[in-house]
Each structure stands twice: as C-alpha cells, then as structure tokens.
Design a protein around this ligand. Structure first.
Ligand code: NDP
Length: 780
C-alpha cells in the first residue's frame, strides 16, 4: 500500500505501544506480589490471579491479605501516625512533591501496566490517568504546605481506611492518598482485586522516596479485606469509591462507630442536548461521555436527553460516528476503546442489554467488535422509557440510553428522575439557558459544553445515592481533617428548686407544620416538667404521620431555597428583632421550665440573638469559589442548600441549642423539621410565634414534639429528608445511621458542643451546603 492508497482509505495502521518494561517489571517480581505493610513486603497466605482482560492471560499472582495482615497494616499506620501528623506541612509537602516527581518519571511504566491490568486504552492511561495522578500529588503537596494557614482550627484525623475500585485504579488511589497524606493522616489502602498492580508499583515508589514506614500501607485482596478494614476500631475514617450497594453496606457497618465516612458511589448521569447545541461538538462530547474507559465511569453521561426537534438529526450523526469507533488491543495507540475489566463485568453489561432487547427496545450496536477478550460493542438504545431498567440502573459499560424532551423544564425533570446525583453535562450555545438549568440539576458536577473533565483543584462527588463528601479541591480536604476540639460548654447550673410558675398557662402548644399550628395526629399529649418536677405544660406526641406532614410542607416550600441570600438575611434579622421584643418572656420560660437562674436565662437569650445575627450575616457571605483548574474552564464551586434537614436538638440549652442549629440551616436555604429539646421543648414551641411574625414562609421551619428516638427513626426512614443533624442521645446514633443508609442521607452526629461559644460557626454552614462544581468553557 502506498501513501496515496492510505490517503484514499484514511485507515490507521497499527501503532502498538511496547509492553516490554511492564513485562520486565512483572518478571522481576516473579509475577507474584506481596502486601506492603509498614514499609516492608509481606507474603499473603493465599494468592489470586490478576488477568489482562484484553487477552485473558494471567499477569501476576496477587496476595490475599489475612485478617491478621489487615490488623498489622492498621497497627503500622497507627504507630506511624504521631510522628507523621506532627511533621510540619512543609516536610509533608516535600514527600508529596517527591511522589509526584517519581510518578512523572515512571509515567510510561504506570500507563502500560494500568492498560495491561485494566484493559483501558493506552491513549487514556498515558494522556489522562497518569498525568492526573501526578497532578493530584503536586496539587496536594501545595495543600500540605499551606494547611496551617488555610485550616487553622483543624487537625488530621488519624488512620484512614481507603478502598478503591477497578475503573481508574491509580487515579482513584491518588484522589484518596494525596489529600490524606497532605492533611497529616496515615492510611491503609485496598485496591480492587482485578487491578492491584499499579497500587503495588506505587508502594515501591513510596519506598524509593523514603516515605516513613507505616505512613502508606497497601493491602490487596477481595471485598472481605475491604470489609475488615471498614470494621477495624482503629480506623477513624473510611474513604470509599465503588458501587452504591457496597457503599450502603459500609454505611450500615460503620453506623454509630463515629467513623468519618466519604462515599463516592454510582451514577446515571444525564447528558442533555438542547436544539441550539453545536451538534458536531456534541457528538464528540457523547463519545467521551459514554465510550471513554468503555463506559466504566461513575459519572459517565449514560442517559442522553435530546430535544425532540433535533432528535432524528442528532441520532443520525451519532450512528454515523459510532460506526467509526475503533475497538482493539488497548496497547494500540490508535484505538478508541479497549476491553471491559473482566468477564464478570462483561456478563453484567450484557445482562442489561439482553433484558432491554427482550423488552423489544430499538438498539444500534457497533459491528466490528473483537470476539476474543472482554470487548463489548458501543451500544445505543435511542428511545427508552424513563422507567425502564436501563434508564434507571447504572450499567457501567458502553451502553447509552436515549430519551427526548420538549421544553427545558421537562429536561430538568427527566435529568433529576434518578436516585443518583453525581454529574450532568449540558450542551447549548445559549449561556443563559445553560446557567438557568445547571443549578436546577441535582448533581455534584455540571459540565457545560464539555464532559468528563477532572482536576485536583475541583471537588468531585455526589448528591443523593451517589454518596456524600467531595474529593479534590479545598472542599475535598475537609474530608481528611476535623475541628481541633468539640467540647461542651462549661454550662449553666440547672436548679431543681420549685419556682413560682408565673408564665405557666394551662395550654398545650401545638406542633408547627407548614406555617400553621397543628394538632398531633395521635391525639395524645406529653406532660412537660421542670427539673423540680413541677408540670410546666404539655406538648403534642408526634408520630410518623406528623413527620410525613412536616416533610410534605417542607417539600412544598421550595421557594426558600430560591431566595437570594440577601432576602433570607432580612427574614433572619426580623426573627432577631421579634425575639428581642419578647426577650423577657423567653427568659422567664427558661427560668420556670428549664431550671435556669435569671442571669443564665438572660445570657442564653442574648447569645441566641447574637447567633441569629451571625447567621443572618452569613446568609449572603458564605461564598463558593472559582477553582483554578488546569483546563480552560471557569470552575465555579457553588454552595447549594442540602435540601430538607431533620434537626434533632440537644436536651441542654433548649433555646440557644435550637437556634444554633436551625439558623445556619435556613440561612443557607434549607428547610428544616425540628425536634426540640426532649426535656425542655417549650422554648422551641414558643418560638413559632416568633417565626409567624417574622415573614418566615410556611414550611421553612417545622416543629414536631415528642420522643426523639421514634421521631428520629421516622426522619431517617423518610426518602425526602436529605440530611439529619443529630445532637441528642448518642445511643440512637447507630439506628439513625443504619436507616439513613437506604437513601444515603447525610448524617451529622455530635453528643457535645460548646453552645455558648459556638467555635464551629462556619462548620455549621458547610454542613448546611453541598458544593456543586459547574465547569464553563472560558478563554481562548
Ligand atoms: P464494588 O463496589 O464491589 O467494589 C469496589 C471496591 O470495594 C473494591 O475494592 C472491592 O473489593 C471493595 N469491596 C467489595 N465489597 C466490600 C465490602 N463489603 N466492604 C468493603 N469493601 C468492599 O464494585 P464491583 O467491583 O463489584 O463492581 C460492581 C458494580 O459496581 C459495577 O458493575 C458498577 O456498576 C459499580 N461500580 C461503580 C463504581 C463507581 O465509581 N461508581 C466503581 C466500580 C464499580 P474487590 O473488588 O476486591 O471485591
């Protein structure tokens, strides 16, 4: 064939990358690897093979860590922790920088090894995975350096257990290890059983740079090894990326243990194409969205939503484009798609496709797909119903499902019609439309006219069942630090002397739902006594139905979230004004119902007023950021309200505790269901008169009185409650977190806090918000 012939066919010849160095690396280890514990290599008792999914050949034998070896790894991390955490940020930065440099120096070996082990194209490992890995270590070297200045009231957590999946083996490792080390933690990481090799090469790099022993430990094995790690009492935090199913299991396993948890789980992300989009660019976008890494991407744009007016034209373009996708040896630099990670994954993907075909759904599949190895043809189901299995479930393979919409409101509804909320991609030439739609999509990342771009400077993570916590960006670092101290206030003296019940009127304050007083559905009331045993009132005994009604009222009040911070601040100041006007009455109530001295009651009301002012002030000041990502984007980290929060108040500080919890939540645009102090609920039930007169829209704050245990259970089970702040009896924490796993609610549980000083005032604001990163193309 001469040059002219080549130009006529425009076909690529093979361009294989040599795997010589990677094979030599495997040979040097006799194709058998141990565990990296306390800076040494230890043989596992059993081994299992790691396969090349493109050829089926066995690459190496990997050790299965025993329970004793998991123990040893955690013990090593624990003993390394004191000295590592006490190093200066600068010292830790030097180690992270050295890791970054070594990764760059060995980048090709890493890329080839990853391709052999995972089956993904060398083009991706070489140009995307490994450069991003190095970028993560560089970026976090910087965070180590400036930690003391940037997080002055925070410290490291301790031993971190990290579990990563097989789709981006080394990249996920770097997302976990770099921030953990930067913030002064030590760790034990378990890679996925299918793809351990690059993590083991990384362990060698840790040895090469002289990282102190025990700071990083890598243990290999199956899910049971990960499970043992999550259950270990000396592991203070778990960072997990993987399936929603295992994420929920980890949430349940760690419930009530006080372990910090970040979960980056599955997705079914919408890829929305409006009629004014540049269709040719959008087609390239869709190729990246769903056929990058064979579609084995948690944020893959796997649900295509196309405006009806252009659907046919757009589908014709996609059909034409996918026929040109080249599948073949992942080591060939000219191929677009390699093999799925394993036969098991191939069977899972194929199962979804066969069931969809059996439903009679129209589909197109690429024909020239290799028949040997775990290759799966790019597949498109262009017209599916939003309720069908393939439209709802994460397939985690190169399978795209399509739906059409007419108006942009319909697009938003369809986009949000999922239990997930990881990412979304919008395509339009109209910036107004894009910026109107982006905030309305429940997803942690929204890409405008782009997709699947990542950077260490930007947070990544989900809403809803896509998990919680962020990785990357400043927001991601909070996952690896904790406030320096959470102490109780020195406290007021609570008297149990009988008092003259001046303000006591024989009435039963009702509950407060949707801006109206509401009788308890049960028809029962509970007697409220003061510490001296005098009856000071009665409150309604709330039940499941009251919680349901309150959640419905909160749900209906979506307007509160849409108000500007300035407008919300006005309402909050008005609350303070009205409380101030009735300060004496509230003081009296504290004296009579809660056993306060007059002086302490005055102080609690004063502090409450001050706190309302604080959060009114922050309503329009707790800004997001614009991240300095490496691509040409403005990456806006927006603060959004979490949604509907259950707020379970402490027994002590019945007024101040409630205000300190409710005010930051509503200042950030959340709606709340408040369970007042179990022993002293009357200061909160009195408070609804203040809410009524302060222009707080009905449904923003709902108050349900009664037994915390049963009401918290109802809140935890409710799928429309997005998070629960729980400051009541610790013994209910385990049940709460177990139940919260079903809908992946965010839970925040503390048993003590200094309500008088409020040292964590900004932490409340962070807990009241989700960070959404919106990537907008910018500059030339
Ligand atoms: P898993 O969630 O099972 O695996 C992720 C990691 O968790 C692996 O290291 C795994 O170990 C480990 N693990 C498994 N069970 C436990 C446990 N009980 N406790 C602690 N760790 C555990 O994903 P799979 O690999 O099994 O893939 C299944 C499906 O999950 C895929 O088809 C895909 O849909 C989805 N998935 C989603 C990902 C995402 O990023 N959203 C990533 C990977 C998969 P080991 O692999 O050794 O068993």
């Amino acid at each position: 064939m001469n040059v002219k012939d080549i130009f006529l066919t425009m076909e690529y010849g093979p361009a294989p990358e040599s795997d010589k160095n990677a094979q030599e690396f495997l040979d040097q280890h006799d194709r058998r690897f141990g565990l990296f514990i306390n800076g040494e290599w230890t043989e596992g008792e059993n081994h299992f093979p790691s396969l090349n999914p493109a050829t089926g050949e066995t690459l190496a034998q990997i050790s299965e860590a025993s329970t004793a070896q998991v123990e040893a790894a955690v013990a090593a991390a624990k003993s390394a922790y004191p000295s590592w955490s006490q190093l200066s940020g600068h010292e830790r930065a030097k180690y992270l920088y050295a890791l970054a440099r070594q990764i760059q120096k060995h980048s090709r070996l890493f890329a080839v090894l990853e391709t052999l082990d995972n089956g993904k194209p060398i083009r991706e490992t070489r140009d995307i995975d490994i450069p991003l890995v190095a970028r993560h270590f560089y970026h976090h070297a910087g965070w180590a350096q400036v930690m003391e200045q940037e997080f002055p009231n925070f410290e490291s957590i301790g031993v971190i257990g990290q579990i990563v999946p097989w789709n981006f083996p080394l990249l996920m490792l770097s997302w976990k290890i770099a921030p953990a080390l930067a913030m002064g933690n030590t760790l034990v990481l378990k890679p996925a059983e299918q793809t351990s090799l690059t993590a083991l090469l990384f362990a060698e790099i840790c040895q090469e740079i002289g990282l102190p022993k025990g700071v990083v430990n890598i243990i290999t094995g199956h899910g049971s090894v990960g499970e043992a790690l999550t259950l270990h009492p000396d592991v203070q935090k778990i960072a997990f990326t993987g399936s929603t199913e295992v994420g929920k299991k980890i949430r349940r396993n760690t419930a009530g243990s006080s372990k910090k948890l970040s979960l980056e789980l599955g997705g079914k992300s919408p890829f929305i194409v409006f009629e004014d989009a540049d269709l040719d660019s959008t087609v390239e976008g869709i190729v990246d969205a769903i056929w990058f890494n064979q579609g084995q991407v948690c944020c893959a744009g796997s649900r295509l939503l196309v405006q009806e007016s252009i659907a046919e034209k757009f589908y014709a373009k996609i059909k034409n484009r996918i026929q040109k996708l080249v599948l073949g040896s992942p080591l060939d630099k000219g191929i677009d798609m390699g093999a799925l990670v394993s036969e098991e994954q191939w069977n899972t993907v194929n199962g979804f496709v066969e069931r969809a075909k059996a439903e009679g759904l129209e589909y197109w599949q690429v024909e020239n797909c290799p028949t040997k190895g775990c290759y799966f043809p790019p597949t498109l189901f262009p017209y599916v119903s939003p309720a069908s299995e393939i439209a709802q479930e994460e397939i985690f393979g190169p399978v795209l499902v399509g739906m059409t919409f007419r108006s942009h409101q319909e697009a938003i509804k369809l986009a949000n019609n999922t239990r997930y909320g990881l990412a979304a991609s919008l395509w339009t030439e109209n910036i107004n439309l894009a910026l109107d739609v982006a905030p309305q999509i429940k997803a942690g990342t929204v890409w405008i006219n782009t997709t699947n771009v990542f950077d260490a400077a930007s947070g990544f993570g989900g809403y809803r069942e896509s998990g919680f916590g962020r990785e990357g960006g400043k927001e991601g670092l909070y996952e690896y630090i904790k406030p320096k101290s959470i102490k109780s206030s020195t406290g007021f003296t609570i008297h149990n002397k009988e008092v003259n019940l001046r303000s006591y009127i024989d009435r039963t304050p009702k509950m407060y739902i949707g801006g109206k007083q509401a009788r308890p559905d049960s028809g029962y009331s509970i007697k409220v006594s003061n510490p001296a045993g005098q009856t000071v009132g009665e409150v309604g005994e709330g039940t499941r139905k009251d919680i349901r009604n309150a959640v419905e009222a909160a749900h209906a009040q979506s307007g509160w979230a849409g108000m500007t911070g300035h407008a919300r601040a006005q309402v909050l100041y008005f609350i303070a004004e009205n409380l101030s006007a009735r300060a004496e009455e509230f003081e009296q109530r504290l004296v009579e119902a809660s056993g306060y001295s007059g002086k302490d009651a005055k102080l609690e009301v004063e502090k409450s007023l001050e706190r309302i002012f604080t959060y009114a002030a922050y309503a329009d000041k707790f800004d997001g950021r614009v991240h300095s990502t490496t691509s040409r984007h403005v990456t806006i980290a927006m603060h959004e309200p979490v949604g509907i929060l259950g707020v379970v108040c402490p027994k002590e500080y019945p007024l101040l505790g409630m205000i300190s919890l409710v005010l930051p939540a509503i200042a950030m645009g959340n709606r709340v269901i408040v369970l007042p102090s179990e022993t002293s609920p009357l200061s909160t039930t009195d408070f609804y008169q203040i809410l009524d007169t302060s222009d707080v829209p009905g449904g923003t704050v709902n108050i349900i009185t009664g037994d915390h245990k049963s009401l918290t259970t109802e809140l935890a089970k409710h799928f429309d409650v997005d998070g629960i702040w729980y400051f009541s009896d610790k013994q209910n924490a385990e049940t709460l977190e177990k139940l919260a796993a079903d809908s992946m609610k965010r839970t925040w549980i503390e048993s003590e806090y200094d309500w008088l000083q409020n040292p964590l005032q900004k932490v409340f604001l962070r807990k009241a918000t989700e960070v959404k990163n919106i990537w907008i193309p910018y500059g030339a």
